[in-house]
Design a protein around this ligand. Sequence first.
Ligand code: 5AD
Ligand code: SF4
Length: 451
Amino acid sequence: MNKTYHIITFGCQMNERDSETLAGFLEEMGYTYTEDPKTADAVIINTCSVRENADKKFFGVLGQLKNPHEQRPGMMVCVCGCMMQQQRIIDTLKAKYSWVDLVFGTHNMSEFPRLFQNASEQKAHLVDVWQDGKALAEGLPARRAYSYKAFVNIMQGCNNFCSYCIVPYTRGRERSRHPEAILNEIRRLAAEGCKEIMLLGQNVNSYGRAGQIEGGYCFEKDEPHWDFAGLLRAIDQIEGIERVRFMTSHPKDLSDDLIACFGDLKHLCRQIHLPVQAGSSKVLKEMNRVYDRQQYLERVRALRAACPSIAISTDIIVGFPGETEEDFEETLSLVEEVRYDSAFTFIYSVREGTPAAAREDQVPEEVKHRRFNRLLETMHRIQEEKSLQYQDTVQRILIEGFSKTDDTMLTGHTESGRVVDLPGDPSLIGQMVDVKIVKAQTFSLYGKLLG
Ligand code: 5AD
Ligand code: SF4
């Protein structure tokens, strides 16, 4: 009988993309996807460690697999991803979850078939985690989550060391894929009918800059001499790709040349995710973000000058150590000034091993929560105002599938990244259509097909 697999993914799009590769490997080994992890022959949990919540959720989900694993000899439970790059997690797994079959990290994912094979033959707890990565592996399989839009990894790792963030420790140093490998992947996707590409990296706009990783692309020494803007211009020429997006960008690396792309390129969506993290220059300095409030606002002005309709979203952390009421007010006033289209808002979470975790001036939990709620109120008000502006407008949408909340409706995104649900024939899935927005609510838009 066919063997089945299930993958549980926590965290960001990078993890989602990695899980597509793991699924590709398992399918090459003859496994087929199943909805239910408890009855699967192989389960992989791909973890995230950016905030403490994700840690807790992981152990909860893992614990639920213990019984099925005991009852079904031969079931393989594997864990991987960012959490595995931390020694204290490995120690906990060894001490309390020794029944787990395979533990691997973010740097040796391309070794998965061999590791999986070894673990299933030995029937012993196999832990293989590397401290840092090499050049990114090419030619790996993938089972893509969607057929009309695709994640394409262009670089990995982060050299920024923001003082609150664990990612540089779990994903290692920045390394970029060669432009030809990226373009070939996108050409292949276009030939298969893919219309929208999301370029992924922890810091896409420093693409090609860090040449110190052997085998990684560096635009100063390798041909062609393309930085991120150059790469975008080349992608824009690929026949069949109608939309290009990217995330995440660091404001300090948002060059004028890249900003000009939003005015010039035909297929680049007029939308950018530009994490600010805080509105106070003092907090930004302590976060090691390398820009201050004024410099960030200047980049926003430059973006809007090049492309007045651009939608801007952001990430904000409240309750960073030492954040005063005045600092927090500055975050609120920055939000009012920029008027973001959307924002991911986070309560600061202590990440062991980062400089901010060692600070003694941590903000009390109730203060963090109070500030968080105030920020949400402000964000929701702005979002509602922005949302209402869509009423009766015509939006171009890529129909991606069925609505998450009502499977009799179709769904897609506007160029600005807003979800629109609409009635329509399933044969439209995969097509770009014009839609009139007939109902605009704070978090959802409803449309009607035109023509
Ligand atoms: N606490 C809270 N939020 C964090 N982020 C990263 N590290 C932390 C942390 N320790 C947020 C940042 C980042 C997003 C992916 O997660 O806003 O941009
Ligand atoms: Fe973390 Fe900062 Fe790197 Fe983003 S840029 S991954 S927040 S260290």
